[in-house]
Write a protein that binds this ligand. Structure first.
Ligand SMILES: [Fe+2]
Ligand SMILES: [Fe+2]
Length: 293
């Protein structure tokens, strides 16, 4: 694994420009949760290396990719610790790692094929690239802006990395268009599984608070979805279209982006209503996060 492959380092971030007066309180729980998922990248790399065990080129790429993902976690964790000095990044991540594990010794992709695995990776990188772009643009805090800009650029490069390897496997495996589409839609749907909700729990709830998927998912999504603008969804849809082999800038992509935007607004409103309800029930604690019992 070569650390020279990274495009930036933590030392390059102007941490001394951190401005607590510009911290938007709603952003802090999101950054904490994102730090968990990013930091877990090395576990995912172990899984990828197991699935692609006879492909040294890809294994090498997966190692470099994981170094960058772990750095995303460290940068976000450090920012969150500046914004909330009571946040314990290391302890929170230890809880996350203990409770959320993927099968790192898989001998076949859970997507059914290597092409499918790489398409799923493209979808994840599309999501992170759009998310950090949206978060960085919405934030006024200069250090978070810089961190988000650097991460979003990495995520876009990751998309291209997985896309290039996917093309190579597509020639070999010939995965049909409906199957590629099914993998992509399946991965989009998984956003609502435990990965993010549990990360929100580990990084925002006191250790004595029980994990509740719906509450934590609403805590995450109700905040995160508010940062998206149509342009982010439009660009993300172009990337998804490219990953499944459709024309990324045609009228179909346009229609799909408009449809996805409407669905996202509807989901966002639903999560925000759940979040507001949770806040009302726990009005002693802003953020809808229950106090430790
Ligand atoms: Fe990342
Ligand atoms: Fe990434």
């Amino acid at each position: 694994m070569s650390r020279r492959m990274k495009h930036w380092s933590l030392d390059q971030i102007a941490w001394d420009r951190f401005d607590p007066t510009k911290v938007e309180p709603e952003v802090v729980p999101l950054v904490k949760a994102a730090a968990m998922v990013e930091r877990n990248g090395d576990d995912y790399a172990a899984y990828l290396k197991s699935v692609f065990r006879d492909d040294p080129d890809f294994q090498h790429a997966a190692d470099n990719w994981a170094v960058e993902e772990v750095q995303h976690g460290d940068a976000l964790g450090r920012w969150a610790s500046l914004a909330d000095p009571s946040f314990d990044y290391v302890a929170s991540f230890a809880r996350y790692r203990a409770g959320y594990r993927i099968d790192v010794k898989a001998d076949a992709s859970r997507r059914g094929s290597r092409t499918g695995e790489l398409i799923a990776r493209c979808i994840v990188e599309t999501g992170t690239s759009s998310y950090y772009t949206a978060l960085g643009e919405a934030s006024e805090e200069p250090v978070l802006k810089q961190v988000c800009r650097l991460i979003a650029a990495d995520e876009y490069r990751h998309f291209k990395l997985f896309y290039d390897h996917m093309k190579r496997y597509l020639d070999r495996e010939n995965l049909s268009f409906p199957r590629r589409l099914r993998v992509a839609l399946g991965r989009v749907g998984e956003t609502e599984d435990d990965e993010l909700a549990f990360a929100f729990h580990c990084s925002n709830d006191a250790p004595s608070v029980a994990y509740e998927h719906d509450r934590c998912l609403a805590g995450y999504m109700g905040r995160a979805m508010g940062f998206y603008r149509f342009r982010h969804i439009e660009r993300g849809m172009g990337m998804i279209f490219k990953a499944v082999g459709l024309e990324p800038r045609g009228w179909i992509a346009d229609v799909a982006a408009k449809g996805a935007w409407r669905v996202m607004c509807w989901r966002r409103d639903k999560y925000q209503a759940a979040l507001a309800k949770g806040r009302a029930a726990n009005s002693n604690q802003p953020g809808g996060v229950p106090r430790a019992a």
